[in-house]
Design a protein around this ligand. Sequence first.
Ligand code: NAD
Ligand code: TYD
Length: 351
Amino acid sequence: MILVTGGAGFIGANFVLDWLGQTDEALLNLDKLTYAGNIDTLRSLDSDPRHLFVQGDIGDAALVAKLLAEHKPRAVVNFAAESHVDRSIHGPEDFIQTNIVGTFHLLEAVRAYWAGLEGEARQNFRMLHVSTDEVYGSLGKDDPAFTETHRYEPNSPYSASKAASDHLVRAYHHTYGLPVLTTNCSNNYGPYHFPEKLIPLMIVNALAGKPLPVYGDGQQIRDWLYVKDHCSAIRRVLEAGTLGDVYNVGGWNEKPNIEIVHAICALLDELRPRTDGASYSTQITYVTDRPGHDRRYAIDASKLQRELGWKPAETFETGIRKTVQWYLENNAWVDNVTSGTYRKWIEKQYT
Ligand code: NAD
Ligand code: TYD
């Protein structure tokens, strides 16, 4: 079996669902269930014996050691993290605790477990650390896209904490020989995305008749990847990646934020037109920019294609249509995650 951390979050849950949809190999899912973790996403696995869920913290070394000893996974895939840049600006501490200290404790537990393995089990063991393109910092308009050797220049508490975790993972390979793999991926979107991030927030606000808050001039550029393509990239790297290597993952879809928002409005105009006949784009509102806002991210994912034959299956146009359709069909999930503490966050961030 494999151990997945953070498997009740956006990407982790998509990974768990895809994994069990494609293989019979069991999966142990360790998740703290913070505000971003949602066990409802995994309801379809309730009676599936291949999915074992444990609520707990990656920073709880004793718990992780016990789980490793009991279940003897052949791999660990680490998604667990605090992941929202705006929250890291309001309160960085949780980011330091989970992304840095938590990853450190996880690495220590995994190192001790791996040291006790023998023969093929030791040789075949892998730990894959899921990271972000944000560790590379911000690009100018005409700069080439980030390659795996681009220097680290993180600008937000979130990206700095992820950069620190990447360095720890790297050091555990270099110093102790721990068989690690790291992926640095661009912005994901798709089903089960918590509506504090750009794409789901815009869909949910549009449908609720609320303003669509675009930071600054809306010309910041991100590369967007459909979440299931990220999951397939992780599976591929886990299967065939070179130990100690880093793989950039991206969708070859660089777009300014305002274009993303217009694309969502156009799809909603087509699929769920407003009753007054006006376009959802009339709800767009420019708001104060994010402090230290990175201007542009762009990922060069050619190493992953060249060495491991991976490329995304979705274009932005097909992926965003699937995403908007998913949100239109999954009101209950949205209602569930947007109750309670979610409202407090929206109030704090947007008023
Ligand atoms: P998310 O915030 O949706 O989910 C994070 C999950 O981790 C939640 O289920 C949460 O409960 C869990 N978690 C948080 N702290 C924990 C702890 N201490 N112990 C155990 N579980 C804990 O995040 P996401 O968007 O799914 O991102 C997953 C990973 O992918 C993160 O490491 C993130 O940095 C990385 N990443 C995200 C994106 C993106 O666009 N969302 C892009 C590239 C990389
Ligand atoms: P986000 O989804 O938070 O991802 P990240 O900051 O990790 O890239 O934001 C994506 C882009 O959208 C980013 O440039 C900030 C911008 N943005 C807005 O303009 N308005 C919003 O309400 C949010 C949440 C993000």
